[in-house]
Design a protein around this ligand. Structure first.
Ligand code: ATP
Ligand code: MG
Length: 413
């Protein structure tokens, strides 16, 4: 039996966990200010949910899904992303009667990819979905929400917004033709994967990370010339809204979401600080998704962000609460310390009870856990119904009656 974690998975130890929670809790709190409330869908779904929504030509479906047959014979997939599950929940729960819907989600996602910094097989995302708003205001709102979370995390200066439009369905179809013509003339320079994509889903090629494809894509025509008036107006409205909000962006004519139901706005918040794993938030408008799954025509726009990537960008770790080290010496003191520790904790203090060793050893532990103060109880103290309180920052030491401890400790932590 191997005792290594499975490749591409990791244990989230307490320091990392604090960074994770900073991202998740900030995301949730800011999302709630925008009226987005948390939804939690199952971590696995019938494989069909992802195959239908992600399309059988996507990298995720062709290469990256963790799929298995369960004991009842159902084909199950660990979710590789969050939108499909939310869309499924909207349909199966009959929630479309209550549009618009605004959801926040967070949790683990699973993709069989080549692990590297910022790229894991079990990773975590926060995300938002806005359903039932077909107007550009929806796009503006979810982008503003992403920007607000980055700002609250102190990451505005490390990230920038890239923006593009795919236009409506006719514009997309027009672009499709232009792109296929351009790429077909350069077949020889494309990767093998992209030759397949050229037949099945050429837009995906713009997403390719293969250097051969990147070279061809660099000079590919952008969407601009293929956009009709409706598409241009929509994009202009989104840009005007971002301008009003003072949210800066760069146009990236090659930024796409490769699936059929994506339309209009595509965007990414990216960073230079994580090498090739530069996308921290990625999103777009997906008006055709719910109907593709068999639900009613429903507009949708949203994004997902990689928690690990955001956590890597955070400066320092949030400091854990500094505890009080409670150090009873001897059996009688231990008996007195037990209820005292409980009482202090109920009062809101973090109390670490020292279990064994001499005073020196327990003081070392108190320093190691960065305790704010030590409360030492020996026989002498016990006889006087008091404890020795040592302030570990100043070194000052005083005798404090048990009943006065709560207030004294509360005043220094
Ligand atoms: P990439 O281009 O980096 O592969 P993607 O287009 O596959 O990203 P999305 O499916 O749009 O990513 O997911 C949204 C976000 O989730 C990404 O911007 C990234 O921050 C994060 N993410 C995606 N895949 C991984 C992974 N394997 N490990 C860690 N984070 C990931
Ligand atoms: Mg990917």
């Amino acid at each position: 039996m191997s005792l290594q974690p499975v490749r591409g998975t990791h244990d989230v130890l307490p320091d990392d966990g604090r960074r994770f929670r900073t991202v998740t809790e900030t995301g949730r709190a800011i999302a709630e200010r925008y009226g987005y409330h948390e939804i939690a869908t199952p971590i696995f779904e019938f494989s069909e949910v992802f195959k239908r929504t992600l399309g059988d030509t996507s990298d995720i479906v062709t290469k990256e899904m963790y799929t298995f047959t369960d004991k009842g014979g159902d084909e199950i997939t660990l979710r590789p992303e969050g939108t499909a599950g939310v869309a499924r929940a909207v349909i199966s729960g009959g929630l479309s009667q209550h549009l618009p819907l605004k959801f926040f989600y967070q949790g683990p996602m699973f993709r069989y990819e080549r692990p590297q910094k910022g790229r894991l097989r079990q990773f975590h995302q926060i995300g938002v979905e806005l359903l039932g708003v077909a107007e550009p205001l929806g796009d503006i709102e979810v982008i503003a929400l992403g920007a607000a979370i980055l700002s609250e995390l102190g990451l505005s200066a490390k990230t920038r917004l890239e923006l593009n439009t795919l236009g409506n369905a006719p514009s997309r179809a027009a672009y499709h033709e232009v792109l296929v013509e351009y790429l077909s003339a350069r077949r020889d320079a494309l990767s093998e994967d992209s030759l397949v994509r050229l037949e099945r889903n050429p837009l995906r090629i713009l997403d390719s990370k293969d250097p051969r494809d990147r070279a061809v894509i660099a000079d590919a025509p952008g969407f601009g010339a293929s956009l009709d008036a409706e598409s241009t107006d929509f994009f202009d409205a989104v840009r005007a809204g971002l301008d009003v909000l003072g949210i800066g962006y760069e146009l990236n004519p090659l930024l796409v979401r490769g699936l059929d139901y994506y339309c209009h706005t595509a965007f990414e918040f990216t960073t230079d600080a994580l090498g090739a794993q530069g996308a921290v938030i990625a999103g777009g408008r997906y008006d055709g998704l719910i109907s593709t799954m068999g639900g009613p025509e429903t507009a949708g726009v949203g994004w997902a962000a990689g928690i690990e990537r955001l956590a890597l960008l955070l400066d320092g770790t949030a400091d854990p609460v500094r505890p009080i080290a409670l150090i009873p010496l001897g059996t009688a003191a231990e008996t007195a310390a037990l209820p005292l520790a409980e009482r202090l904790r109920r009062g809101g203090l973090a109390v670490d009870l020292g279990y064994r060793g001499n005073l020196k050893r327990r003081m070392n532990r108190a320093n190691k856990i960065n305790a704010r103060a030590a409360v030492i109880i020996g026989d002498d103290e016990l006889a006087r119904n008091s404890a020795t309180l040592r302030d570990l920052d100043s070194g000052e030491q005083t005798l404090v009656p048990f009943e006065a401890l709560d207030d004294r400790l509360a005043s220094i932590v």
